[in-house]
Design a binder for this molecule. Sequence first.
Ligand code: MN
Ligand code: MN
Length: 316
Amino acid sequence: MSELNQPLGGNSMPRFGGPATMMRLPTQESAAGLDAAFIGIPMDIGTSNRPGTRLGPRQIRDESRMLRPYNMATRAAPFDSLQVADIGDVPINTFHLPKSVDIITAFYDEVLAHNCVPLTLGGEHTLTLPVLRAIAKKHGPVGLIHIDAHADVNDHMFGEPIAHGTPFRRAQEEGLLAHGKVVQIGLRGTGYAAEDFDWCRDQGFRVVPAEECWYRSLAPLMKEVREQMGDTPVYISFDIDALDPSLAPGTGTVEMGGLTSPQALEIVRGAAGLTIVGADLVEVSPPYDTSGNTALIGATLLYEMLCVLPGVKRRG
Ligand code: MN
Ligand code: MN
């Protein structure tokens, strides 16, 4: 067990000191030998409104400094059985979105070649498309748990097929998603047409609008999601704007009436037992995150995602 990486403890170096890696884990240049890797994608060039998510990975890493190794609610002990490291950032071309998309896919092809599960620190939501392209190449079409205020199924944005509002339209068209195994949770706000979310329903996606989540536990929903997914490989894509902006204001496309932080935990913890092959946390924009709490919530949700990966043991 001692050969497994451990987060640097708060009693050997102050938590505000030392290299700002995710959870103060060691870094390495490739995914060789890893069961799971934290990877940053410092990108905001697919954003339609407020920018700033290019700074997301660094801020999430910084705000992850207080995360301790054990999950007190679920007793998950990810560092007891998984080899985990922070392998840094994808070197996107910040002047060219289509090239960046291909750079991301190539990077994830390499990560997946090591049988390593990628946990991605975004960056805006465009990045999920190139990640899913790599994931589907390895695993075939995947189930998707997509938590977001927005469906992100626009056909085009400003005439462009690839942007942060289109990734799941493209993923569906390209056959990256398993039929009948897509769930979108937290959708709300205003649309271009009243039928915008019906495109999702017509594809067989399960749409759970925010209004259906208000005032209730999402544990029963996740029980149904687990039954729906079965043993299909599943990808989790969590847009931080799914949360209510009173909790997570540091993001680009704010919508009121969002999820609570306990509901966010119920969703991620409710994915335990699924065959999770990758996950991301996107759309944290530090310039709009004056307290740092949006990045802190994002970091915590990434830790919770690590805690539900296959092979994680629970103590006690
Ligand atoms: Mn999104
Ligand atoms: Mn969104």
